[in-house]
Design a protein around this ligand. Structure first.
Ligand code: SAH
Ligand code: SF4
Length: 421
């Protein structure tokens, strides 16, 4: 999601006549778009700021701005200002579209601007974006989150759920299709609760998949409590809705799911998985999992491992629980030691690696519909169920075209294939 926010920032700055520089040394303005979902992301920002400090010393006119969800938290903004006094602008998630104006104010002589105003009426950035990829384009359909999972900072830094109007989304998608984009990824923290006052997610997907042209639609993230059986059936019968669902489970233990305030249990989650397997037989399913949530016992962790073994995800994003100040879980009793968290994630990574290898081996000999998104000798293509296949293009350029690729081999669960005409 942050990648797309950054694309929108590029568009806002390009409108003001700026162009993109690949190297920080060549830039007159450096913007850090931060994330605070896990501690690691926050630590990296400090490291990256440290690395450009000398540039500012050598070029006093260089403007450094920091924005995004980390700095939406006043405490983080103040900490950065104190530790990196060379930063000129600090803003959060709500005022991204206004960032070029803030930079202009610095050019006019202002020393430091701090703008953390909460404004939920302005969608983050203009809806225009400079897309960094011609094959896939991200399209925000909603902002914010109302779920308040007890570990998660997102609702505090991105505000309440608000959906864009269906007509605006359809227009944006239509213009992307006119430009030749073939894969649209709809974005939202909880896309299933999309509602613009008149239309729900089912209506949006129906409308978008009725647009003419050769393309497919993917979306993320689905919340298990809100992914409806109707949407699953629609994906199954509508060719333009790709057979791919990212359905974060977070834990396989009902007790932990309750403590996380996820509002589903493993039986309800597995019911969704069964529905997906029934109506979308070749679906690619991926998920996020957190290990080491406060009070997680060995037994709870075993339940997570069991669930992962039962579902057999194509890909699993595994995270060590990271304490986020201001969230209920941060002050829960029973915080788990780093050593235990690390041992648990190592075990889960091993379990998932074996599953991924087995699924990759099962794909050998099968032919997949895929969209080429990489050129050259070892070109890549993304399948209808969102797997990546590396193939030798034999000198022909298939970039941004749909192709059939037969998987001919695997290595470390990576798929390799050949074009079938
Ligand atoms: N809205 C999405 C994604 C939110 S953030 C959803 O509900 O699934 C992406 C992922 O980061 C989450 O799914 C979760 O697995 C992980 N995450 C969020 N907060 C975390 C924390 N405090 N510690 C570790 N992982 C976290
Ligand atoms: Fe965070 Fe939960 Fe909202 Fe996802 S649904 S953004 S994990 S609070």
């Amino acid at each position: 999601m942050n990648v797309h926010e950054t694309e929108k920032l590029y568009a806002a700055f390009e409108k003001e006549g700026c162009c993109r520089e690949e190297k920080p040394e060549a830039a007159d303005i450096i913007v850090f778009n931060t994330c605070c979902v896990r501690e690691g992301a926050e630590t990296r920002v400090l490291g990256n700021l440290g690395r450009i400090k000398h540039l500012k010393a050598a070029k006093p006119d260089l403007i450094v701005a920091v924005c995004g969800c980390m700095t939406q938290q006043r405490s983080a903004a103040e900490m950065l200002h104190k530790r990196c006094p060379f930063i000129n602008v600090i803003t959060g998630t709500y005022s991204l579209a206004l960032l070029p104006n803030m930079v202009k104010a610095v050019e006019r002589g202002e020393k430091f601007i701090l703008d953390l105003e909460v404004n939920e009426t302005v969608p983050v950035g203009a809806n225009e974006a400079v897309r960094s990829d011609n094959v896939n384009s991200f399209v925000n359909i909603m902002y914010g989150c109302n779920n308040f999972c007890t570990y998660c900072i997102v609702p505090y830094v991105k505000g309440r759920e608000r959906s864009r109007k269906l007509a605006d989304i359809v227009n944006e998608v239509r213009s992307l299709l006119d430009r030749g984009v073939k894969e649209i990824t709809l974005l939202g923290q909880n896309v299933n609760s999309y509602n613009d006052g008149e239309n729900d997610f089912y209506a949006l997907l129906s409308e978008l998949s009725a647009l003419p042209g050769d393309f497919w639609i993917k979306f993320m993230t689905s919340h298990p409590k809100d992914l409806s059986d109707d949407v699953i059936r629609l994906i199954g019968r509508q060719r333009k809705l790709a057979n791919y669902i990212h359905l974060p489970v977070q834990s396989g233990s009902d007790r932990i799911l309750k403590a996380m305030n996820r509002r589903y249990d493993t039986a309800a989650y597995m019911h969704k998985i069964d529905m997906i397997r029934e109506y979308i037989p070749d679906a690619g399913i991926t998920a996020d999992v957190i290990v080491g949530f406060p009070t997680e016992t060995d037994e709870d962790f075993r339940a997570t491992v069991d669930l992962v073994r039962r579902v057999r995800y194509n890909n699993l994003f595994m995270f060590i629980y990271s304490k986020r100040n201001g969230t209920p879980a941060a002050v829960m009793d029973g915080q788990i030691s780093e050593a235990v968290k690390k041992a648990r994630i190592a075990e889960l990574i091993t379990v998932q690696a074996k599953i991924a290898r087995e699924l990759a081996e099962k794909a050998v000999g099968k032919t997949f519909l895929a969209l080429c998104d990489g050129r050259g000798k070892n070109a890549t293509a993304k399948t209808y169920d969102d797997r990546v296949i590396v193939f030798d293009d034999g000198g022909e350029d298939y970039y941004n075209s749909f192709v059939n690729i037969e998987v001919t081999g695997t290595k470390n669960s990576k798929l390799y294939g050949k074009i079938r005409k």
